[in-house]
Design a protein around this ligand. Structure first.
Ligand code: PGA
Length: 255
């Protein structure tokens, strides 16, 4: 069975002391929650301080981006070699990076390969814009993004990867996809994985939904059999709401 994951994408929020305080609050409220993986993705500069907390807590840690080269003249960038040992996961191709920082499918693929080469598991984000959604282009957009992101990866590497379906129109808008639609698209993602790498690999990959998830809708979302977790923005910045989402998920999975 795939272990459910509640992944908090803190985006460009929290100073180092604020990040430590938030992680401590979450731990106090959610505890270790054996059955649910709690992944915290703070800004880069907070990773070291949060890593120190993982001795007493069971958080997994993720970065929000990385470069694909090992090192070099890339001012302002962070390489997977630098993240090794600090981050278990790295979010790649978030729609904010695609839209605001010109991240292409090709670079998403380079980053995924580079992360895997350093034993960091990519959380690859895919999702259609409002315009694509209204034109009925959701399926083809997802298909293109998933195939491009995973191009050239082995079946084993794909199994170490997490895919997050995040419709852009649902991110930060308070307007989540319905659980049924989210489940259907996550099912389509799994079908693409099956076509690329076979049944066993496809069944092993965790697929998350992201976009305006909160305690109110997480139950319905997590009841969808094709959805294995959530990538949470706003609601992950409040210890109470994040911990509540972990609790609800744990209950659903009988943890
Ligand atoms: P949101 O963000 O939960 O605030 O909509 C989700 C995300 O961007 O990953």
């Amino acid at each position: 069975m795939r272990k459910p994951m509640m992944a908090g994408n803190w985006k460009m929020n929290k100073t180092v002391p604020e990040a430590v305080a938030l992680a401590r609050q979450i731990h106090a409220l959610a505890g270790s929650s054996e059955g649910v993986e709690q992944l915290l993705c703070p800004p880069f500069i907070c990773l070291h301080a949060l890593k120190a907390l993982t001795e007493e807590t069971s958080f997994s840690l993720g970065a929000q981006n990385c470069h694909w080269e090992e090192s070099g003249a890339y001012t302002g960038e962070i390489s997977p070699a630098m993240l090794r040992g600090l981050a278990d996961y790295v979010i790649i191709g978030h729609s904010e990076r695609r839209q605001l920082f010109g991240e292409s499918d090709e670079n998403v693929n380079r980053k995924a390969r580079a992360a895997l080469a350093h034993e960091i598991r990519p959380v690859v984000c895919v999702g259609e814009s409002l315009e694509q959604n209204e034109r009925g282009q959701t399926g083809e957009t997802i298909n293109r993004q998933v195939r491009a992101a995973l191009d050239g990866l082995s079946g084993a590497q794909v199994q170490s990867t997490i895919i997050a379906y995040e419709p852009i129109w649902a991110i930060g808008t308070g307007r989540a996809a319905t659980a049924g639609t989210a489940g259907e698209i996550c099912g389509q993602v799994r079908a693409i994985l099956r076509e690329m790498h076979g049944e066993a690999a496809a069944d092993a990959v965790r697929i998350l939904y992201g976009g305006s998830t909160k305690p109110d809708n997480i139950g319905a979302i997590m009841r969808e059999p094709q959805i294995d977790g959530a990538l949470i923005g706003g609601a992950a910045l409040e210890a109470e709401s994040y911990a509540e989402m972990v609790r609800i998920t744990g209950e659903l999975y009988g943890a």
